[in-house]
Design a binder for this molecule. Structure first.
Ligand code: THU
Length: 167
């Protein structure tokens, strides 16, 4: 009986392709997007964590909008940079799909992160909705001074995700 179960068991794996680029390997538009994300960190409001995050969103028509983390004394009322940027983009330009998002951060000493910044689960879920809304993959650029990680789609950041295909 035990052997029967083993026979039916399947092993599989999910592979997520990553491209890691150094700053001098970025295209002009990628560098523009990264610079907007870095600039946005200086507009962060983070008096509690002192961790400044900036997100720059590139729309299908090339427009770039950015956002930063906005904290609150009632901690959960604050919002991450990614959601600030995506919600702003979608409310300002509801008919223009998002093409790419770049995220950068500075640590509690104000220094740029060496390792890439990883978006939280809630931001990934919101980005997934934006991807569905766009109808095409949204590319993600996670910046660290050691390299910028390129992820081809939000789905890669949220494998086995819950989306509207379950509804
Ligand atoms: N934060 C972001 O804005 N984006 C991330 O990807 C991770 C975390 C913010 C939330 C909070 O204001 C601060 O960073 C520390 O968690």
């Amino acid at each position: 009986m035990r052997q029967f179960y083993l026979f039916r068991m399947k092993k599989t794996a999910i592979h997520i392709p990553l491209l890691i680029k150094q700053e001098d390997e970025l295209t002009t538009q990628e560098l523009r997007l990264l610079n907007e994300a870095r600039l946005a960190t200086y507009r962060s409001y983070a008096p509690y964590s002192h961790f400044s995050v900036g997100a720059a969103v590139e729309l299908a028509d090339g427009t770039i909008v950015s956002g930063s983390n906005q904290e609150n004394a009632a901690y959960p009322s604050g919002l991450c940079a990614e959601r600030t940027a995506v919600f702003y983009a979608n409310s300002r330009y509801p008919d223009v799909p998002i093409r790419r998002i770049c995220i950068a951060a500075r640590n509690t000493e104000g220094k740029p992160l060496k390792r890439f910044i990883a978006p939280c689960g809630a931001c990934r879920q919101v980005l997934l909705e934006a991807e569905q809304r766009a109808g095409h993959p949204i590319e993600v650029l996670l910046h660290g001074t050691e390299g910028t990680y390129f992820i081809r789609s939000i789905k890669d950041l949220l494998p086995l995700c819950f989306d509207d295909t379950f509804l």
